[in-house]
Structure formats: C-alpha cells, structure tokens
Design a protein around this ligand. Structure first.
Ligand SMILES: CC(C)(COP(=O)(O)OP(=O)(O)OC[C@H]1O[C@@H](n2cnc3c(N)ncnc32)[C@H](O)[C@@H]1OP(=O)(O)O)[C@@H](O)C(=O)NCCC(=O)NCCS
Length: 141
C-alpha cells in the first residue's frame, strides 16, 4: 500500500464498515512502518490489510475486501498472506480484535485457525452505545 492507493482504500473502507478508518489512520499506519498491503484484481484495489509486528507478536489491525468481491475466497487469500508475513517476521502469535456482531469476520478467522481468547468490553463505537470486541489469536509455532 502506498499513498496513491489511499483514495481507493478509503472508498472500500467506507463501504464495508459502519465506523471506518480515515485516510489519516492509513497514513499513520504507513508512516509508523506497519505492514500495509493491498490485494489487487484486474489492476484495481480489491482488498487490503494492515499488520503491526513487533517483539514476536503480530497484531492484525485491518483486513477488508471490497463488497462486490466478497465471498470469492479473497479474504482467505489475504489472511493466508498475513499469516505468512507474520511468520516471515518471526512472530510467534497473531492477535486481532473483531466486533462481536461481525459474523463474517469471526467465521473467516475461525476457518484459518484463530481461537477466541477473550472479550474487550465497549471496545468499538456503535452509535449511542459501544460494542464489545472479541479477541482472537493464532499461534504460529
Ligand atoms: C470478513 C471479510 C474480510 C471476508 O472476506 P471474503 O473475501 O468474503 O472471505 P472469503 O470469500 O475468503 O470467505 C472465507 C470464509 O469466511 C467466512 N465468511 C465470509 N463471509 C461470510 C459471511 N457473510 N457470513 C458468514 N461467513 C462468512 C466463511 O467461513 C468463508 O468460508 P466459506 O466461503 O468456505 O464459507 C469480508 O467480509 C469483509 O471485508 N468484511 C468487512 C470488513 C471486516 O469486517 N473485516 C474483518 C474484521 S477486521
């Protein structure tokens, strides 16, 4: 992912989340040296992921596929790439948070060997109230 990708990334982000990241969140991630990758199909941005890797731990911060391209295996493809990326950078564990109501995300991660290890109360904005996050991990040893 480079700065030129950010308008396409933001358009997808806004269409798949009720509380999307801003362009500033992606710019900060790039500037912080996080592992930011896009998945392309036919020369266009089809999805993207943002991963922070440090001290043997990878944190998957964002993984999204454009709405019209969902349910075609691309999310799984990108997640397999993220797992390899984490391994290649000597991570022993990958952690992530996902909204409790995010059936698709939780099913995707479970399919790829992530286990639900806890909950963070009120982690996400959700209108007037807040929504809990489910924390998931995958051991890479
Ligand atoms: C979660 C997401 C990345 C899945 O991407 P995708 O390309 O549709 O996923 P795939 O086609 O590779 O599907 C892989 C598995 O995920 C699960 N899955 C995907 N979409 C699902 C849905 N709508 N309902 C239930 N399970 C779903 C299934 O287990 C699926 O396996 P199957 O097709 O054999 O049943 C996509 O729905 C998305 O971008 N959502 C918005 C952003 C988001 O919530 N990201 C995750 C939280 S950070």
């Amino acid at each position: 992912m480079v700065a030129q990708d950010l308008s396409a990334v933001e358009a997808i982000e806004r269409s798949v989340y009720t509380h999307p990241w801003t362009i500033g969140n992606f710019t900060d991630s790039l500037e912080a040296g996080y592992h930011c990758w896009i998945l392309e199909r036919e020369g266009r941005v089809a999805g993207y992921s943002v991963v922070m890797i440090a001290a043997g731990e990878a944190h998957l911060l964002n993984l999204s596929i454009a709405l019209p391209l969902q349910r075609r295996g691309l999310g799984g493809e990108l997640l397999r790439f993220v797992v390899k990326l984490a391994r290649d950078h000597a991570a022993l564990t990958i952690y992530l948070e996902v909204r409790e109501s995010n059936t698709a995300g939780r099913a995707l991660y479970a399919q790829y060997g992530f286990a639900e290890i806890g909950q963070r109360r009120g982690y996400y904005p959700a209108g007037a109230v807040r929504e809990d996050a489910v924390t998931m991990e995958k051991k890479l040893q």
